[in-house]
Design a protein around this ligand. Structure first.
Ligand SMILES: *Cc1c(COP(=O)(O)O)cnc(C)c1O
Length: 221
């Protein structure tokens, strides 16, 4: 199947209220154009450099999502380039985003990435540090938190569903808290192998790469 056919198949399965972020990391702009032409406008990259390069080359009506770990020294390059940063996971990163975006008077829209599986190999904040981060978010002027994101440990259906429903509970709890600068609009969970489970557990934003573009040659993330 072609990339365009993959895209149409996936889209046909998603209800309208689910945002599909097409994860184009490592894939050339020609591949991206195929599903751009089929109507996709939301694309996700895990590296700042690659996102910027593709931003420059592709139509400006694309909304870019930074889904990978964000180093503080790269924050400034994202100003006016991204719709959503999915990987806010520390107070230090928060403060750098606040500082850099304030210089340009631009609002940064973010998701807090949670290390829900407590995996040492993964980034994302541990749950016990979430409140501290949220307290700092309330002091910001330029950073808005619009939801939460996670990548879950590999596992069977039961395990996937457990992590996804844990995320949904956190999402619902935060929604009720009505914190300053925090609105729970996006629950970003679900990838190629498990997005159907994620949606059933409450996801409204799925990040799908290989099911659209085919296997990546190097799978760094
Ligand atoms: C690569 C990646 C995805 C997409 O993974 P697939 O299994 O190819 O769908 C989603 N989220 C993040 C954070 C990624 O790095």
């Amino acid at each position: 199947m072609t990339i365009k056919e993959n895209y149409k198949n996936v889209v046909s399965e998603l209800s309208k209220d689910i945002v599909l972020v097409a994860v184009s990391k490592t894939k050339p702009v020609e591949d991206i154009k195929e599903i751009y032409d089929a109507g996709c406008r939301e694309f996700g990259e895990n590296k700042v450099q690659e996102l910027i390069e593709k931003y420059e080359e592709l139509p400006k009506d694309i909304s870019w999502h930074l889904i990978g770990h964000l180093q503080r020294n790269k924050v400034k390059y994202l100003i006016n380039k991204v719709k959503l940063i999915h990987s806010l996971d520390s107070v230090r990163l928060l403060q750098e985003i606040e500082k850099q975006f304030s210089k340009s008077n631009v609002i940064a829209n973010t998701l807090i990435q949670i290390n829900i599986g407590r995996e040492e190999s993964k980034t994302g904040i541990m749950l016990e540090h979430l409140d501290e981060l949220l307290q700092e978010v309330e002091k910001c002027e330029y950073v808005k938190v619009r939801g939460i994101m996670a990548t879950i440990p590999k596992g069977d259906e039961k395990s996937c569903r457990k992590y996804f429903s844990d995320m949904k509970n956190i999402f619902d709890n935060l929604k009720e808290k009505k914190l300053k600068n925090v609105s729970m609009e996006y629950l970003s969970i679900g990838m190629s192998g498990d997005y159907k489970y994620a949606i059933e557990e409450g996801s409204n934003m799925v990040r799908i790469g290989s099911a659209l573009f085919g296997k990546r040659n190097y799978d760094l993330n």
